[in-house]
Design a protein around this ligand. Sequence first.
Ligand SMILES: CC(C)(COP(=O)(O)OP(=O)(O)OC[C@H]1O[C@@H](n2cnc3c(N)ncnc32)[C@H](O)[C@@H]1OP(=O)(O)O)[C@@H](O)C(=O)NCCC(=O)NCCS
Length: 170
Amino acid sequence: MELKLERCTIRDYRLSDAESLASHANNRRVWLGLRDAFPHPYTIEDAKRFLQGSVPGLPRLNFCIDIGGAAVGGIGLRPGEDVHRHTAEFGYWLAENFWGQGIMSEIVPAFIDYCFKEFSLNRIFAMPHSNNPASARVLEKAGFVFEGRLRKNVVKDGKILDSLLYAKTM
Ligand SMILES: CC(C)(COP(=O)(O)OP(=O)(O)OC[C@H]1O[C@@H](n2cnc3c(N)ncnc32)[C@H](O)[C@@H]1OP(=O)(O)O)[C@@H](O)C(=O)NCCC(=O)NCCS
């Protein structure tokens, strides 16, 4: 897949992304917004394992955020199962040096449109931690509806946090 946007491209990962991926992903502030399955520290070996598709449990629905040819972030879908098979969770991250420039606000609506067209989904949701207002804002601007606060749903970096449930339906 390749989705060309104004300031970046969303594309399939390549094995050659390992170095760039590791250098941008190895950031505690990025890790804080994500699940613990995202390694920290994030080494070149972690990047290679991820790019070879050998990280257990990860769906093959992860895409690279490319700026100027470099892998500077990721966005991906995690499909549901059984009665949730037409629902997917999605997650995303961007290298810290690009934060606050509206880049993820450009990416999320385009990616969600792509997913609704490409996959048989009725619902896409995300669950930012309650201490992540930037992510919540990106979702709100993309037309996601705040459906509720999942209290004490997360333990991250030794802190108990709520999850903020945002969803968009087809
Ligand atoms: C969350 C993340 C993807 C945001 O990407 P970004 O490109 O910096 O986001 P944007 O610049 O498009 O938009 C951020 C919005 O949040 C707002 N914002 C930023 N910090 C904020 C804060 N502390 N409180 C309230 N709003 C905040 C910005 O003002 C902006 O909204 P605006 O356009 O209305 O002014 C990025 O910070 C990231 O990768 N974080 C680490 C991983 C992560 O948390 N992923 C999300 C998992 S659910």
